[in-house]
Design a protein around this ligand. Sequence first.
Ligand SMILES: Cc1cc2nc3c(=O)[nH]c(=O)nc-3n(C[C@H](O)[C@H](O)[C@H](O)COP(=O)(O)OP(=O)(O)OC[C@H]3O[C@@H](n4cnc5c(N)ncnc54)[C@H](O)[C@@H]3O)c2cc1C
Length: 395
Amino acid sequence: MTTAEVDVLAGAEAVLRKICAEFPIAGGDGSESDRIAAVEESGADEAQVLAIARQVQSRLFDAGLAWPDGPAEYGGRELDEDDANRLESLIDSFDLPTRHNLFVGLHIVAPAILEYGTPEQRQRYLPALFRGDQVGCQLFSEPGAGSDLAGVSTKAVREGDDWVITGQKVWTSHGHVADLGEALVRTDPTAPKHSGMTMFMVDMHAPGVTVRPLRQITGGAAFNEVFLDEVRVPDSARIGAPGEGWRVALTSLSSERGSMGGAGGPLSPTVLNRLAGLIEQQDGGGDPFLRVRVAQTVGAVLAMRAAMDRADDEWLDGIAEVSGSVQKMLMTRALDEVSTLAADLLGHRAFVDTGVFNTHAWSEFILGVPGLHLAGGTDEIQRGLIANRGLRLPR
Ligand SMILES: Cc1cc2nc3c(=O)[nH]c(=O)nc-3n(C[C@H](O)[C@H](O)[C@H](O)COP(=O)(O)OP(=O)(O)OC[C@H]3O[C@@H](n4cnc5c(N)ncnc54)[C@H](O)[C@@H]3O)c2cc1C
């Protein structure tokens, strides 16, 4: 590393320490909270969790740490790939308060705006997302379009300088707190289905947008149904050309898959430390059978991290298109290992709240993991992509 690079990391470390001191991960009574979730932060303290996430994000932004490899004109640090990875790893190693509710805006919406947006659109949306001023959501899935996303039927009709959008979206993570929705809609019903769609940025506070929460098995309600009833969107909020929506969506989906296990992802230092605490309680991990399970779990986590770190390496040449799918599959495998090990170690204590630290708190995590086999494209869809587009196997 050059002296300049060492300076970047040393400066970042000081900022991160300061943020951790300013926002300690604590329960309402000042004690350490044992809350851990695989999918979302929701519940009574949701507003507070979001407020803290936004403040932490703005501190990171002001210190130039919010977007290590992003263009400087939109608030990025413009580090090269190696330095950006080093900085990301450093940030991940700090136990910052969760910024999971900003994930969609930063890792799904922003990449599409960066690739397909005009300079004005990039300036309008990107700094606001990376500073945490705006929360983004992804309006892709519909009751009749999930794995077959190109089947979306929400439509937009051009009226002068505006488009009028009508339809229903579903499973919209963080839609109830979002300011901005990336909406894939049909603009040409006569065109072949993949070329009749267009992408818009929808103001989630606009007239005609109704958001209804969906209660999940975890107890939370962090995703939603979104009804769009003649919502007017200016043409200046169209991302990409009319009919180019599918390509814009692919950028978002590929980034989503590749980022799910990264910063703010479910396998945070907190979760892994808590798991280590559970193993420690169980005979210090001395039991040979337990040691095998722990080794399997550690192996799965390390494989996921290695794939993340090397996502842009040459070894992916030829299968780069599906590297996000590979990373997502490794992430869900690691999550399964962590979740089943925790469930086995805890037994009924995971599901009966005895008030003991680091026991019942796992239930939200354990119940949330299955959903991640679906989110961002199901396991079957990822396997299909890896087989057909990566390994070029016949359909
Ligand atoms: C936690 C979570 C968060 C989510 N957040 C969002 C969000 O913010 N925004 C958003 O737009 N969507 C979101 N989704 C929706 C998600 O993208 C869809 O659930 C997913 O794409 C699957 O679509 P579906 O639920 O309609 O299932 P379906 O597409 O109906 O699939 C049903 C079953 O059939 C299988 N299947 C379907 N097609 C094939 C095929 N070709 N080959 C093999 N098997 C197949 C699937 O694997 C699955 O097992 C979220 C989902 C979850 C669980």
